[in-house]
Design a protein around this ligand. Structure first.
Ligand code: NAP
Length: 280
């Protein structure tokens, strides 16, 4: 029987998950197909009825359903609990699990792109306190980092720092220049630098030369922040890699095999981004 896997969201047309997952499905010779499904919030209960009746093997979950799916699963994993969001569904025996693979994607990407990045100092500066920053914070805490969380709206940083507890301090974006001096990793999780948004304008000169700059924005493929970090001689990590590495974790949950993030696959997604986004 051909297994069926989905990404559900509303809207969903932009999702690159089918391109990525179907590439691995073909490479691994798995009898499965991965589709995107536009599910309006009012249709979520019907989706889960069908999901359990078939049963489907798994799914990714994206905006606006990352919180709304929680009542429909049998349990959530530790990452989903810590992040307050589910982005992946899989079966553990008869139990439908709602998990979150973003932090493992965040870590898998930096492990691959900047080997040994977490071996030395342990101070990270994370800019942005929206949905995506939670994966960065959770991942960095799991590797023993102290996190300075900086956000335009200070209240949001304070609330998120309180949510994670010890190990995270909250600051405004005005604190970033001073915090960069001791940073081993600096991560942009704001939408600054995305196509259509202003660039993240940051002087990286005070940073330690062996520090790592990580931008989770991936349209454009190289943001001005990363270009500047590269010119400064820092190791850089981009957002497309995070997307690819979180996909690895989902595939492993569904099919019990860990696929590789190959240059071919990366090129496939890069070409798609360039084709659909002039200037990316
Ligand atoms: P979000 O929840 O809307 O959060 C946006 C963040 O950006 C907030 O901290 C916001 O600050 C900040 N921000 C927006 N405009 C700003 C400005 N002009 N100046 C300073 N700060 C500004 O968005 P998200 O879901 O976290 O996504 C953020 C980015 O990450 C997007 O570009 C998204 O595409 C990318 N992303 C990448 C991956 C991946 O796999 N690579 C995964 C998820 C998301 P305030 O709180 O002050 O509004």
């Amino acid at each position: 029987m051909t297994h069926r896997v989905f990404v559900i969201g509303h809207p969903i047309a932009h999702s690159r998950s089918p391109m990525m997952q179907n590439y691995w499905i073909a490479r691994h010779g798995v009898d499965a197909v991965y589709d995107k499904l536009d599910i309006a919030p009012a249709d979520l209960a019907d989706f889960f009825r069908a999901f359990r009746a078939e049963p489907y093997i798994g799914a990714n979950v994206t905006i606006p359903h990352k919180l709304a799916v929680i009542p429909f699963v049998d349990r959530t994993d530790g990452a989903a609990q810590a992040m307050g969001a589910v982005n992946c569904l899989w079966w553990d025996g008869a139990a439908l699990v709602g998990g979150n693979t973003d932090a493992l994607g965040f870590l898998g990407n930096i492990d691959a792109a900047a080997p040994g990045w977490d071996a030395g100092g342990k101070h990270a500066v994370v800019m942005g306190a929206g949905g995506a920053s939670r994966a960065a914070i959770y991942g960095l805490l799991s590797r023993g980092f102290a996190v300075s969380l900086c956000n335009r709206t200070l209240d949001k940083a304070v609330a998120l720092a309180r949510h994670f507890g010890a190990g995270v301090t909250a600051h405004g974006l005005d604190a970033v220049p001073d915090l960069l001096v001791t940073a081993d990793v600096v991560v942009n999780t704001t939408s600054l630098g995305m196509i259509g948004q202003p660039p993240l304008d940051l002087d990286l000169a005070p940073m330690k030369p062996d520090a790592v700059a990580y931008d989770i924005v991936y349209v454009p493929l190289e943001t001005a922040f990363l270009a500047r970090a590269r010119a400064r001689g820092l190791r850089t990590v981009d957002g497309l890699g995070m997307l690819l590495h979180q996909g690895v974790v989902g595939f492993d949950h569904w099919f019990g095999q860990r696929p590789d993030v190959t240059p071919d696959l990366r090129a496939l997604l890069e070409n798609d981004i360039r084709a659909k986004t002039p200037g990316a």
